[in-house]
Design a protein around this ligand. Structure first.
Ligand SMILES: NC(=O)c1ccc[n+]([C@@H]2O[C@H](COP(=O)([O-])OP(=O)(O)OC[C@H]3O[C@@H](n4cnc5c(N)ncnc54)[C@H](O)[C@@H]3O)[C@@H](O)[C@H]2O)c1
Length: 457
């Protein structure tokens, strides 16, 4: 049984894996090219923002340390997880530069290790990468054969930032691509002690695992976008209501309720790029990429539609508050965040914008700089604005009360993109409430739908 693990890359995912492994009683050594991350782990602190991580690192310091010395890490462990970035290029392809750098250093350390070792790639890579590039790099650097002195697995995680620790310890399933059954079997057994649940384990060759990883995220982006398309249709139907439609639609066991909301589009460091990567590999292999490409295009077009709607409803001189600039609640990550893009486009249009996010104000500041203002609290943001956009479904935003808005006796335009605000917002005389996915039964909408059927009369 593997009880000593090294984790290469102590970022958003790797730091959490290292802490979780230590919390499950394993001896963990982390490696990072960034000295700051190594120092923070050794000081018992978290190198990234993630709920529960600081506490977990502090509680397991005796079993968790970090180094910049690969040899120290490889000698002191039997399993090495590679969790370094694989940035996307213009075409949607993932770069292997950081993974191969790590593989060279791991291989060099393996050259002087006599015991069997497993190298497992957690970073998201494109189909074909592990066999064509990562295994040969390890073999060249170590002077040893994969399947003999060491084994290689491709073993991605399916987590969402803000929920990484639960996602790691209680996954829906474990995916293992393996060079041979020895390393695949050992990794499967390792997961038995790592996970708090007993997830099904799917073992396969590298290409199937590599494809499954990006296919999962692409399927979810397609589902999100399908619901967003329905929400746009509901808005044009007098009496249309996306919540009523998705509640019934999701009851079909073939479809399911999750990710079927009808709201702002998807963002973040994984969904958009995994979708584009699937389209890239399909095109590169001479296959149809239309579905993935269309999801990506729709995600952008629907955002343009929302921005146009917001601009039309809010007078240019009004101050606009944007609540939620992280791509989702409980994280400070603003990459591809729809809330951030809305704030940015409004500011570019010359609007006064005040943003608030309980986690992500500082991350937003690095991108938006002085083009917007930053509120220190939810109440301050609401107090300063005449129009309010709720851009992610953060728990804190749900605490807003229509009665408090009414008390200030000033009109407020509200765009509640996730429909999380209390019912009172729809009925308060001071609030002009807009939500995604509801079709007003107004005369223009009624006329449009009846004109479609006029020739049938
Ligand atoms: N963050 C997510 O939600 C998520 C989810 C699933 C998969 N992934 C995948 O996991 C991988 C890592 O993502 P992340 O979000 O943790 O990245 P990150 O940028 O937060 O962290 C990566 C870390 O790797 C370190 N690093 C880079 N090169 C290194 C090297 N040669 N040796 C040692 N350390 C090195 C960096 O200093 C950094 O601390 C990516 O392939 C990503 O696609 C991420």
């Amino acid at each position: 049984m593997i009880e000593r693990v090294s984790v290469v890359g102590l970022g958003k995912l790797g730091a959490c894996i290292a802490a979780c492994a230590a919390s499950r009683g394993m001896e963990v050594v982390g490696v990072d090219s960034n000295r700051r991350n190594v120092g923070l782990i050794n000081d018992g602190q978290a190198p990234v923002v993630e709920p529960g991580l600081v506490e977990m690192i502090a509680a397991n310091r005796v079993r968790l340390r970090a180094t910049q010395d690969y040899s120290d890490a490889i000698m002191g462990s039997d399993l090495t997880l590679i969790v370094v970035p694989t940035p996307s290029d213009q075409d949607g392809r993932f770069s292997l530069a950081y993974v191969l750098d790590a593989a060279k250093s791991i291989g060099a350390a393996l050259a002087s290790k006599s015991d069997y070792h497993i190298v497992s790639v957690t970073s998201t890579v494109l189909p074909g990468s592990t066999q064509a590039a990562i295994v040969p790099t390890l073999e060249r650097a170590s002077g040893k054969k994969c399947g003999d002195a060491f084994g290689v697995c491709y073993n991605p995680e399916f987590i969402a930032l803000g929920d990484v620790i639960r996602g790691l310890l209680k996954p829906d399933f474990v995916l293992i691509g393996e060079s041979d059954t020895r390393c695949g079997g050992a990794l499967e057994r390792w997961y038995e002690s790592f996970c708090e649940n007993q997830p099904p384990v799917h073992r396969m060759n590298f290409v199937n695992a590599e494809l499954t990883k990006i296919a999962v995220n692409t399927f979810v982006t397609t589902k999100i976008t399908f619901a967003n398309m329905l929400a746009a249709i509901c808005e044009e139907l007098p009496g249309g209501d996306i919540d009523v439609v998705t509640a019934a639609l999701g009851a079909d066991a073939r479809i399911g309720r999750r990710y079927l909301t009808g709201a702002l589009g998807y963002g973040g460091p994984c969904f958009p790029r995994d979708n584009q990567a699937l389209a890239y590999i399909a095109r590169a292999l001479g296959c149809q990429a239309a579905l993935a490409e269309s999801t990506d295009r729709s995600n952008r077009t629907l955002l343009d539609r929302h921005v146009t709607r917001i601009k039309a409803a809010i007078a240019p001189q009004m101050t606009v508050g944007v609540l939620g600039v992280a791509y989702k609640p409980d994280t400070n990550v603003v990459e591809e965040s729809q809330g951030l893009v809305i704030a940015q486009r409004l500011a570019q249009d010359g609007r006064q914008v005040v943003v608030f996010d309980p986690y992500a104000n500082d991350s937003a500041r690095r991108i938006l700089n002085h083009s917007v203002q930053y509120a220190a609290s939810l109440n301050e943001c609401v107090r300063r604005c005449e129009a309010l956009i709720v851009a992610n479904p953060c728990r804190e935003f749900r605490s807003l009360k229509a009665a408090d808005i009414a008390r200030r006796r000033r009109p407020l335009i509200v765009f509640d993109f996730w429909r999380i605000l209390e019912e009172g917002f729809r009925h308060c005389e001071w609030i002009d409430y807009h939500a995604v996915g509801y079709g007003e039964a107004d005369s223009a909408r009624k006329a449009r739908i009846s004109s479609i059927w006029s020739s049938e009369k």
